[in-house]
Write a new protein. Structure first.
Length: 199
C-alpha cells in the first residue's frame, strides 16, 4: 500500500452488509482474504495464497465469491494479461445483530462472524504474550488491554460506542506510516454484559 500523508486520508469506505453478503462472508478463508486486502492492499490470488498459507485455486474461487456480492473488486488498473489483481471494496464492515433477526441463515452467519472476531482477539493476544519480551518498553506499555465496569442503558451505550469510534477514526486518519517507530496495530472495541447481573 502506498503511504499517505497524515490528515489527507479519505474517509473510510464503509458497507452495511446485507443478508446475502453476510452469508458469503461467514467463511474462515473469505474473512482472512478481505482482512488481508484491507491491511496489505491490492494483491493477486497467488500472492494472497502464499500470504495465507493456502492454494491459489481456493483463493481464486473465494475471491470470486466475495466479488459476486461486492465485498472485493478486481483492480483493473494493476492487472496485466492473465494476472488478476483484487482489492477490498470497503475499509469497514458495519452491521447490527438485529439486522438479521428475520433470516435464520444470516443470523447464524453473523453469529459465526462475531465468534470469529473473538477467536481472532484471543489468537492475537496469545501471540503477543509469547513474544512481548522481544519488544521495546515503549511498545510493551502501549499495547495490551483493559476493562471497566459501568451500569448504563442501551441508548447510552450506543452513544458511547459511536463516540469511541469517532476517536478511533480520527487517530486512524491522522496516522502517518512514515512516522518513526510507527507499526500497524489492531484495536478491538467490545462491550458485553456482566453475566451475573443479566436480566
Amino acid at each position: 500500500m502506498e503511504n499517505e500523508n497524515p490528515g489527507t486520508r479519505p474517509e473510510p469506505r464503509a458497507v452495511r452488509i446485507d443478508h446475502r453478503q453476510v452469508r458469503v462472508l461467514a467463511h474462515p478463508l473469505r474473512m482472512r482474504l478481505v482482512g488481508a486486502l484491507r491491511v496489505k492492499g491490492p494483491a493477486t490470488a497467488t500472492a494472497l495464497a502464499e500470504l495465507l498459507g493456502t492454494n491459489t485455486g481456493a483463493t481464486s474461487y473465494h475471491l470470486r465469491q466475495l466479488a459476486e456480492v461486492g465485498l472485493v473488486v478486481e483492480d483493473t488498473d494493476r492487472g496485466t494479461g492473465r494476472q488478476r489483481w483484487w482489492r477490498a471494496a470497503h475499509d469497514v464492515t458495519n452491521w447490527e445483530p438485529t439486522d438479521f433477526d428475520d433470516d435464520p441463515d444470516a443470523r447464524a452467519a453473523i453469529e459465526w462472524i462475531q465468534g470469529d472476531q473473538v477467536r481472532l482477539l484471543v489468537e492475537h493476544a496469545e501471540r503477543w504474550f509469547a513474544i512481548q519480551h522481544e519488544w521495546s518498553p515503549a511498545w510493551r506499555d502501549a499495547l495490551g488491554m483493559g476493562d471497566i465496569f459501568m451500569t448504563i442503558p442501551p441508548a447510552r451505550l450506543e452513544e458511547l460506542k459511536a463516540e469511541l469510534w469517532q476517536v478511533l477514526e480520527r487517530y486512524r486518519a491522522e496516522s502517518d506510516p512514515a512516522e518513526p517507530d510507527a507499526a500497524p496495530v489492531q484495536v478491538f472495541l467490545a462491550a458485553y454484559p456482566l453475566f451475573q447481573e443479566m436480566r
